[in-house]
Design a protein around this ligand. Sequence first.
Ligand code: SF4
Length: 197
Amino acid sequence: MSKEKLKLAFYWAASCGGCEIAVLDINEKILDVIQIADVVFWPVAMDVKYKDVENMPDKHIDVCFFNGGIRNSEQEHMAKLLRQKSKILVAYGACAQLGGVPGLANLSNKKEIFEKVYKQTFSTDNTSEVVPQPKVEVREGVLEIPEFYDTVHTLDQVVDVDYYVPGCPPRPEGLIYGITRIHKKIIAESGLKKAQE
Ligand code: SF4
């Protein structure tokens, strides 16, 4: 664990975005957070690429707050990658923890969802009955999009999770409390380690 500031990451999978807004709800407390932590990955707020995470050494991120369930192959890939690159992985919010609102889609399967969304709704104009495919060949090459899974999974159904922060969305106070406590724990551990050397 780094003896300087904490390295934090935030990621948004199958989510409504509310958990990301809840992070912004810490308002001026952000000034306290930046005293003890740097954000190294946060796609919704920073110009970062997945390659930036792939290039990090394993366990480079101290704490990753992961919100949303796992609905498609891209989200599964990122859950596994962020697990590999993070010392602590937090299932942040009801969707990551329990499936939440996206998990209600598990009342239907992929075929039923595609039938409804791409063919049957009142406003749909899709006489060719085209539905999304993971790979499509066009003149310029092969276009790829993430594979849509049959069901939504919770984060801990895909990777090991260290902590859970409940709520829809979680209270901002919980985020500040969690970051502060983890930072204090790390400082204490680092002091103990030095004393033993
Ligand atoms: Fe949105 Fe609630 Fe899920 Fe957070 S837990 S992503 S606020 S639905």
